[in-house]
Design a protein around this ligand. Sequence first.
Ligand code: TGC
Ligand code: FAD
Length: 430
Amino acid sequence: MSLLVCRTLRQASGLRPTAKIQPRSVRAASTAAGPAFDWTDPLASKSILTEDELAIAETAERYSQEQLLPRVLQAYRDEHYDPKILEEMGDLGLLGATIEGYGCAGVSTVAGALITRAVERVDSGYRSGMSVQSSLVMGGIYEHGSQEQKEKHLPLMARGKSIGAFGLTEPNHGSDPGSMETVAKPHPTKTGYFSLSGSKTWITNSPIADVLLVWAKLQSTGKIRGFLVERSVCPPGTLETPAIKNKNGLRASITGMIHLDGCPVPEANMFPEVEGLRGPFSCLNSARYGISLGVMGALEDAIARAREYALERKQFKGNPLAKYQLIQKKLADAATDAAYGTLAAIQVGRLKDQGLATPEMISMIKRRNCDVALSNARVLQEIFGGNAVSDEYMIGRHVANLFVTQTYEGQSDIHSLILGRAITGVQAFA
Ligand code: TGC
Ligand code: FAD
């Protein structure tokens, strides 16, 4: 971890600890009889985190609970995303945190995912805006960009002063981006420029993005290449990014389309080397990894809220709901899946830092953790009875959001097919 962020994090850790719903003690409690069971961390995952990782997690949790939680309900109702959030995250060193240099922190892969977990404990949409900025766009530029592209974009993006979007999905090609139609050909009038045409849809951050990483097929080779489209220099009418409104999930994030109509993009804005699907998928490996621990945050919040409600709500002879076996089973199932999912994600993160993680491992944890987060949150929702329908109980929002996390960055069934191909050697996509 760089000194820059060490200092930021240490300064921040002098603040008052917050955990309105779920106290997250840094060290496991113990009694004279031996270690005590901690339902917030059933398999003691904190015991395998480093001191730096614990400090980073604490800072991210505190920021999320103190700054994001108080505004999420209204933001979700209004379907509003405040771009200042990215500047706030930038001030704390939370953006592009796993990147070395360029004003970024250079923390471990696990530490980066502990940030996504903290943010997603509040809302998957806030995590989404951050993941696109950090993993998909900054990560893409860091891994595949030229030196000039890195120096131009990464420091600004690390501070949240420039916002990124990642355009892969198209209206006719979602799970199968290899069939994309967006094309880059030599510009008819501007020497040294490509002309980009095509449409992308369901693009997080696109309506507010300053730099859009667009994946398009180079006409001369038919191969997919990455292009950095800078909004400020696009002539009028060549780039439109309308918002997609009235979503029934991820409403605290902003989503839109990207329409390119002969948009002139300098040749210097193309990623110099990488071609084919390896380009976008290498960015997705990091983002999918972050989601795998991120959704555990949403599930843990659902557990904490359901537990609290079950202890307070009384039905039948004044008994709290928590006394009933069916309620306890729901909590036990959810806590077990959260604990297993957390440990699996930490293991893959450690392997990633050693260069030993495979895309299939990431498919496995992205698929499994998203699936169990969604299914458990949906079951926990039942504990709230009719109150689950009120957004103030916060549970329905997680359920709606978690449907989206199971869908984007490879829908769960697509990850099954990736794993099936690896297990059998036979591909079943087409
Ligand atoms: P396939 O033959 O499997 O692979 C083509 C080339 O790509 C390479 N590759 C990878 N490289 C690195 N990491 C990975 N995970 C990779 N997966 C594949 C592969 O080695 C090959 O390279 P080469 O050099 O031999 O050409 O390609 P396919 O067309 O058969 O792929 C099928 C499939 C289903 C696996 C793939 O298309 C897929 O994963 N589809 C899901 C689409 C997806 O994930 N879209 C995400 C859009 S971005 C998004 O959702 C952001 S949401 C963000 C937020 O708000 O948080
Ligand atoms: P489809 O591909 O049409 O799939 C529909 C269903 O069919 C799925 O259940 C799928 O599993 C199944 N299916 C498809 N093919 C097969 C097959 N061969 N065998 C079996 N089943 C199959 N994309 C970006 O590029 N950038 C972003 O920032 C971004 N942000 C998003 C934000 C939100 C809120 C949402 C909802 C989506 C976002 N996406 C983004 C798009 C997302 O990645 C796609 O929605 C996702 O990849 C699925 O594509 P699709 O919606 O076209 O579904």
